[in-house]
Design a protein around this ligand. Sequence first.
Ligand code: SF4
Length: 281
Amino acid sequence: MIITVAQSAGFCFGVKRAIKIALETIQNAGSVEMLGDIVHNEQVVQEIEAAGIRNVQFLAAGENKTLLIRSHGAPESVYREAQQLGYRIVDATCPMVKEIHTIVRDRFSQGYRIIIIGDKQHDEVQGILGQIACDALVIEHAETVSLEAIQAIERAAVVVQSTQALANVLAILAVLEQHIPEVVFSNTICRATRERQAEMESLPLENDVVLVIGSKTSANTKRLYELAHAVNKNSHLIQTRDDILPEWFTDASKVAVTAGASTPDQTIRGVIEALRSLSGC
Ligand code: SF4
């Protein structure tokens, strides 16, 4: 069996950076807290917790404590509250996400209604929403666009959650441009996501089986799987080597492996080892 590993598989720049900042911070600070998981991957979360960083739901008295802002970023209100409570803040927000925050704040101050294409409940989208004082419109799919809501808008600035699929974004944009007189679009899908998705255009066509490794809670992993599955029905989303089923490979001679932006190299290596032993090499 020929195994092809996508060049972009595994940690993206922003996740690597956030984990490095987290581990450096715990070495130099006594008590470090985060609001939620550092990234959407169970193995990484365990590693970070084992290092001593606490995942909390609410901020409390912050004296002698550090708040680590995760790679997804956070609303402005979190920074304000943390400062008021006395926390020291260490910001591991991915620079690509920071860029989206800047665009949103600038366009909002220029009088544009902000529209975010993304998953409403995702931490990154919540962080983007929290950059401005006014409610932004969040759109997930072209089919769910409320014409009533968008027809009332004269000038819109559209940004995109960094891990969205381009096809979905373009479909939504087409609807917006049809109904809003002025639309300024910033394609803020990050480079790491674009590279991953570009590989998913060819790998599912060239291979008999596609394995996408990552957590089921990871938006970018799920999106990679959807892209692969749309082209090749023998595509599977797995969290670790333990999820592999031998029957997927009956008559398969070529297998492609990719992984979400928060999947550790160790997990990818485990899957490759399992595939090698399945194919007897
Ligand atoms: S997926 Fe993109 S935006 Fe998100 S952390 Fe990675 S590099 Fe940054």
